[in-house]
Design a protein around this ligand. Sequence first.
Ligand code: KG4
Ligand code: ZN
Length: 380
Amino acid sequence: KDDLIILGIETSCDDTAAAVVRGNGEILSQVVSSQVKIAFISLYYVKADLLAKYGGVAPKMAEEAHSLAIDPVVQEALHKANLTERDLSAVAVTIGPGLSLCLRVGVQKARKIAGQFNLPIVGVHHMEAHALVARQWLTMTRMQNDFLDLFNNIHIGQKDTSGHNLLVLAHNLGQYTQLGTTIDDAIGEAFDKTAKWLGLDMRRSGGPAVEKLALEGDAESVKFSTPMKQHKDCNFSYAGLKTQVRLAIESKNINVGKYSNITVFPVPIFVLLMTTLGAKWAFQRVAVLHLEERCERAIEWALKIEPSIKHLVVSGGVASNKYVRARLDRAVKNNSLQLVCPPPSLCTDNGVMVAWTGIEHFCVGRFDPPPPADDPEDFM
Ligand code: KG4
Ligand code: ZN
């Protein structure tokens, strides 16, 4: 297993990412498009503008950005690992869920390499990758000598079209009991829209911008009700909270967006931001409270199914939020479990999680044979 070397490719949303990982979990390289100095800076600005405008990912733009970035990103990943395609054992690629136009770019690249160099190919589920990367991280940080036999996982923060929050009890590789899912919007989407309506800088995504400004503030200045209080299940709903935030902002006539680009007037912007601090803090508090409630119930349910569980794994973009981590840590400790939360670079979309999930599946014989070298371009 230590001899295995797998390239992982991730293009499901707006980040083009690739990584090379060894069978024992060692990360040989990790590249995300935003780190690669490619001559498409202007394109990234266009993308950033679109992100800010729509408060989300514009599929066609994202596809174009992926198409431009995919070759340099993969090349950089191999280069950093000091390897060529010939050294690889297999190629792993995210096949869903995600934006189909974007997924296609990654899959085409993976099939091209696999066909050319006669390599097996592993199709990876994005959510499973978010979950399983915790095992790679645990293996590497030696918190655990071997993989966890059993863990339950919550993935939070997916924001693409099929994006959701998912709570699953993981029995084994590929064997999961779903405890809860998203019935409308995911928490990441709510963070993104809140940032958009408050006119915050969305160049990367809305979550970090809200987190930065929500650290301090008077949570009582705006009252939001916690979603689905009356539903005693583990499902998530953020559409109602989103509406509450929008109405609060509209009723207070807080339009930071109008001013956010005018850098020559920092003082008014500052004053406006101060008045909206309450909304952000109250939003983050209630959003995370909903998450906490669902996780606590999920732990209760999971313990009934598997009394031996020891960990709650939290992953996905929103899991890089410090307040989320702190609150979930508290909830988990109340139940004498341990919170496992990989570092932010492994929580947001990345190539390592794909390569690692590829390794896990490859080792139990779940992979496809190499595609023909003259693979038709339009196979999907
Ligand atoms: O898993 P991810 O990187 O991408 C998808 O699979 O879509 O998650 C992205 C989401 C975005 O909605 C982003 O706003 C959110 O994760 N996010 C955060 C933070 N960092 C990223 N939300 C709250 N606080 C953060 N620090
Ligand atoms: Zn993701």
